[in-house]
Design a protein around this ligand. Sequence first.
Ligand code: UD1
Length: 431
Amino acid sequence: MVMATLEIAGGARLKGEIEVSGAKNSILPIMAASLLSPEPCCLQEIPQLTDVRMMQEVLQFVGAKVSLSGRNLWLDGAEVVPQEVPPSLMRRLRASNLVMGSLLGRFRQVRVAYPGGCAIGSRPMDLHLKGFLALGAEIREDHGFIEARAARLRGADIHLDFPSVGATENIMMAAVLAEGVTTIRNAAKEPEIVDLQNFLNRLGARVKGAGSDVIRVHGVPRLRGGEYQVIPDRIEAGTHLVAAAITRGRVVVKNVIPEHLEALIAKLREAGVRVETLGGRSALLVEAEGRVRGVDCKTLPYPGFPTDMQPQMMALLATAEGTSVITESIFESRFKHVDELRRMGAQIKVEGRVAVVNGVPRLSGALVEATDLRAAAALVLAGLVAENTTVLEGVEHLDRGYECLDLKYEALGAQIRREAARKAAGSMRGT
Ligand code: UD1
């Protein structure tokens, strides 16, 4: 298939202001959660992302009415039925698994094909399913489908072996309409979990504790509709901070919640980047003059350094002075961007979950291919600073989670051209 490419002419220092969109990783679970209510919900300021469109198709398949009016996404779950969701829809995005919790919660039954997602390692569902089981569901897995059914869902004490974001969200959703109290221990603490809690409570749920590692859900008989605006996307914001740093630019990133970015900001400062909160605490000024210094980082569940910023940070550290050690502790094979960065002259060695990055003074433009969302972002960042032109294939991954990143960076002075259709590959790579 002929896909879009980006041609990035490196060398421009990014300067100006950039506005962050709503958080993809809040919007997707919240869209799924809207299925819990038979009344209409409206999500405000929704960015145009492929993942949002794909989630929309999953919701429509089970009978939800979904429409976009300007930047408001209307979701009406009045006619939803818990019908089997086929692989053709489920495999298009990992977050499709989040309809399990809401359909099970509302209808006491759900059957979906195994979800797909980014090529960043195996992403099992065992923790989600253990949670459903504890709430009283029976689980069956056959022919590539997962089915959960319960005559009654009853609140339970659930201890997660690992603070999985998706499992925490799915269990919260399944518990909202259950009888009694559900306690989720060792829950994920990501800001998007707090956002989901706030949305559910807006609809009349009784959820407390999100943001800490113990979440309590008091079951209620039904939910109503409501309006909601999601938090800004902390990973998009983080990507812009790194974009300013890697190009030695000066950028004001607007619509941010700085507390959500503490681990990244601390690392950037350690690397010699100036990051300051501006008045009102909803904007960050980021500025870098020379090459950054190498720093070590290890990805961890929130509030640790986010795995979703690891590829972008690696692009930055590939241009740093000195050596950096990056440890990926969340996903087992999230280093697919390494080979592509190497094509651009980066010196990176990988041993298991550890990457040793020896910074080089300059990267050089090349034909590279993104195989997942954040790898795509990292390669755009590398392209911004590389000599000559970088051609990025796999742009569809970028569009899953960034709204018009190319246009946003063009407005800051970058030279990026989107080619709608080019059969690129082969020839250039061989040379
Ligand atoms: C979410 C984010 C994703 C981010 C990730 C980690 C969304 C839509 N996606 O993904 O961008 O990279 O959090 O911050 O919010 N695991 C199990 N068993 C399970 C569930 C997970 O072993 O049942 C493991 C996974 O294989 C992985 C780790 O737990 O190694 C983290 O996964 P999880 O936190 O569940 O990530 P997602 O919710 O899929």
